[in-house]
Design a protein around this ligand. Structure first.
Ligand code: SAM
Length: 271
């Protein structure tokens, strides 16, 4: 199985939940643009704690069905609990290592958020997974452009931290800006030219947008370079978030979280 560079822990599960909360409306918008609607059967690949699963389940309604897939039992258990708590019973869960998928009847749509960057060969993965979609069905993925995150006006320490996050992702052998590559990934996988859109939450010093940046830095700490870690150690990792918030307040600044890019297309009607 491919390495998941963010690691697997209760802390990472909480970080994913925070991230999901911040991007929920944004993901829903991109899924609506992609055409996910009432009555569809949908595969959600790399479902994590099930935030996209929940959005899709609401969009398709009880006349539709969602199959949520992840390699991690703990993620699947949290996702199943979240769906039960939300009263969404038209969802089933499968454990699988992508691009492998449980065989079943072709679905109306294949969706995945923040998953392609974790796979070694995204083009081959999309090609393989798209075979599970009926002719004329939807294939849509969402992913981040981490280097598009910024502060306005610039807050130097936070801008440095944002740069380190992109660096750390690359140090982990992953693309820090896979969002902008979704278009070519879907095309190279043999699908018709996708449509694309981008969106990002922003917030002030006290917002969860800043908390997410600090939590992501904590998660990625093992991949942060020595010289950068020395800066963090000098400030103190436990007070870094307070320091970032203080710098933002002093500059009356706004921070934009990484941009979320959506790309969507339909499988050909005949081959
Ligand atoms: C960043 S999370 C995204 C979760 C969810 N899609 C979301 O947007 O909130 C990536 C998820 O993909 C799963 N994952 C990573 N590599 C995988 C693989 N090769 N097969 C199946 N799941 C994988 C991880 O366990 C994790 O739950």
């Amino acid at each position: 199985m491919n390495d998941y560079i963010m690691g697997r822990s209760a802390e990472e599960t909480r970080r994913l939940e925070l991230q999901s909360r911040l991007y929920a409306g944004h993901s829903r918008h991109l899924l609506e643009l992609a055409g996910i609607t009432t009555g569809m059967t949908v595969l959600d690949v790399g479902c994590g704690t099930g935030e996209v699963t929940r959005i899709v389940a609401r969009l398709v309604g009880p006349s539709g069905h969602v199959v949520a897939v992840d390699a991690d039992e703990e993620m699947l258990a949290v996702a199943a609990r979240n769906m039960a708590e939300a009263g969404l019973h038209h969802v089933s869960f499968r454990r699988a290592t992508l691009p492998g998928l449980p065989s079943a009847r072709p679905v109306d749509a294949l969706v995945g958020r923040l998953i392609l960057m974790h796979l070694d060969d995204p083009v081959d993965a999309v090609r393989t997974m798209a075979r599970h979609v009926r002719p004329g069905g939807i294939v849509t993925f969402q992913d981040f452009d981490v280097s598009r995150s910024r502060t306005v006006p610039s807050v130097p320490l936070l801008d440095r931290v944002l740069g380190w996050l992109a660096e750390a992702i690359r140090a982990g052998g992953r693309d820090s800006d896979p969002g902008g590559r979704l278009y070519s990934i879907l095309r190279d996988a043999g699908l018709p030219a996708p449509r694309v859109a981008t969106t990002a939450p922003g917030g002030d010093a006290d917002s969860e947008v800043v908390a997410l940046a600090a939590a992501t830095l904590t998660t990625l700490m093992p991949l942060i370079g020595k010289s950068r870690r020395a800066v963090i150690d000098e400030i103190g990792a436990d007070v870094l978030l307070d320091r970032l918030r203080g710098d933002m307040r002093a500059a009356n600044a706004l921070m934009f979280a990484p941009e979320l890019v959506g790309a969507w297309t339909r499988t050909p009607l005949s081959t």
